[in-house]
Ligand binder design. Structure first.
Ligand code: URA
Length: 248
């Protein structure tokens, strides 16, 4: 068998294993039957340059002092994932764990986000995960070693960080942005109806200097940890996300 055919076969096998993995984030019984249609691979036209541009941007973020969060953070948290991602998940901002490691969504919410993505065949390696702000907003900025010291970013902090987020979107050119929670929704679409009203409804976001991207608002994983009843709504959103990706 030709080498390219073998590679194709291995890719397909890996995707099928991903899609068949048991998702335990939804309670048994409320979990609808899994769909098995494979998600087509991401376009891969400019890998080197996208990766390089993200790396250069990451350097700028690490050096940033545009708002006061830059002074108290332990680590800037630019984002993680594929420069070729077709889906970009956007959360609120780094917390204690993320600040310590420099990677988004690695605490309890992040572990749940991993399971949510896995249930539709996505992973931290195939999507891109970022936040509205790249540094940890703290109630007491003098104490980054304290747990439970998190707060939502202010509108000014989100506005200061916006050019970084827009540049990430413009570099990656995702097909879909998924906002996680009320802060991310507000950061992207401004004041409007609450997340409980717009969750699951397709919207659009146009980054400065870039093209409009479809946007799907859903609940933040932390909200699901507080109220497991919200899981079924997020599962509905994830099935819609998968359908949209397959329709490409
Ligand atoms: N919550 C977020 O919104 N972002 C993270 O990176 C971690 C937790």
């Amino acid at each position: 068998m030709a080498r390219t055919e073998l590679t194709k076969l291995a890719k397909e096998l890996r995707r099928r294993v991903e899609l068949s993995s048991e998702s335990d984030w939804l309670a048994a019984g409320s979990r609808p039957a899994a769909t098995t249609a494979p998600i087509p691979p991401a376009k891969n036209k400019e890998e080197g340059s996208r990766t390089e541009r993200l790396a250069a941007l990451s350097k700028k973020i690490h050096a940033c002092r545009l708002c006061s969060l830059g002074a108290s953070r332990l680590n800037a948290v630019p984002g993680v994932g594929s420069a070729e991602a077709r889906v970009m998940f956007i959360g609120e901002g780094p917390g204690f764990d993320e600040d310590h490691k420099g990677e988004p969504f690695i605490g309890r919410s992040g572990q749940l986000l991993d399971k949510i993505m896995e249930s539709i065949g996505l992973s931290r390696q195939t999507v891109y995960i970022a936040n509205t702000v790249k540094c940890h907003p703290m109630k007491d900025p003098s104490n980054p070693e304290a747990r439970g010291n998190d707060r939502p970013p202010t509108p000014e902090e989100m506005a200061a960080c916006r050019p970084f987020l827009d540049e990430q979107i413009n570099i990656i050119e995702p097909k879909i942005i998924v906002t996680l929670g009320a802060s991310a929704l507000k950061a992207m679409l401004g004041d409007g109806p609450p997340i409980t009203k717009v969750r699951g409804q397709w919207r659009e976001y146009r980054p400065a200097g870039g093209a409009a991207v479809k946007l799907l608002p859903t609940f933040h994983p932390a909200a699901l940890l507080r109220d497991p009843n919200l899981k079924k709504d997020v599962w509905t959103d994830m099935k819609n996300l998968k359908k949209e990706l397959e329709s490409e």
